[in-house]
Design a protein around this ligand. Structure first.
Ligand SMILES: C[S@@+](CC[C@H](N)C(=O)[O-])C[C@H]1O[C@@H](n2cnc3c(N)ncnc32)[C@H](O)[C@@H]1O
Length: 224
């Protein structure tokens, strides 16, 4: 497993069951089975090729009998009564939102979500907050020079987030402050470039919103 998947595995609490949605190679459920995770393990993928690869990974590790392989869209075949942890990693934030939105049953305090968006983390955080989830922790991990955000959330909490925090999460929920501050710097630079590219459109609502978020990022920078 790479460091990103290792960081996700480290967030899994011993529980009654877990589904890894969009498992692809199946490294995560296989590693959990090898590490003695006691509950039910499911691996789902919408495509047959990745699911076959996941089966091979598990077979080579000798843990095929520990994992249920589900060929399906998102959580549609998930045995919801037998799991309490939902992992969706390595996809865009908008696709993760669609997968959760299509499974209304996951809006329930029985489930803990471990989500790792590759893009559009702000869309995912907005959906979580809007749908009654509280964000428990914001983990950042570095793998091959890139920072990855991992969001742990549970239904029933409440987390107040400003617009800028939708992009980066709350600093107080992140245990690795040096990585948070690096992410903050890179996000602020991204917004500076966007603003520079919109110089001729200062009156547009898009420019004003981008400026507002950049100003909030400046405030977050001052609090570091
Ligand atoms: C980039 S891989 C990520 C693999 C792994 N989760 C990780 O983090 O390394 C994305 C996987 O999600 C699968 N996928 C995409 N949309 C899906 C959906 N709606 N439901 C289930 N799997 C999906 C793809 O087939 C692919 O295998």
């Amino acid at each position: 497993m790479n460091r990103r998947l290792e960081a996700i595995a480290a967030l899994v609490q011993s529980g009654k069951g877990l589904i890894d949605v969009g498992t692809d190679h199946g490294y995560l459920p296989t590693a959990l089975a090898l590490s003695g995770y006691p509950g039910r393990l499911c691996a789902s993928d919408i495509n047959a090729g990745p699911l076959a690869a996941a089966r091979r990974t598990a077979a080579e590790a000798g843990v095929s009998d520990r994992i249920s392989f589900l060929l399906c869209d998102g959580l549609s075949l998930c045995p919801r009564e037998e799991i309490d942890t939902i992992v969706v990693a390595g996809m865009g934030g908008d696709l993760i939102v669609k997968i959760l939105d299509d499974a209304e049953w996951c809006l329930d305090g029985r489930y803990r979500l471990i989500l790792q968006p590759m893009t559009k983390a702000e869309v995912l955080r907005y959906w979580l907050i809007y749908n009654g989830f509280g964000i428990e922790s914001e983990i950042l991990t570095e793998d091959a020079g890139r920072l990855y955000q991992i969001i742990c959330a549970a239904y029933g909490g409440s987390t107040g987030l400003g617009d800028a925090e939708l992009f980066i999460g709350k600093r107080s929920l992140c245990p690795s402050l040096s990585l948070y501050d690096r992410q903050l710097e890179s996000l602020a630079r991204r917004f500076e470039k966007m603003l520079a590219g919109m110089e001729g459109r200062r009156d547009s609502p898009h420019y004003r919103l981008t400026l507002e978020i950049w100003e909030q990022l400046q405030n977050l920078r001052r609090q570091t």
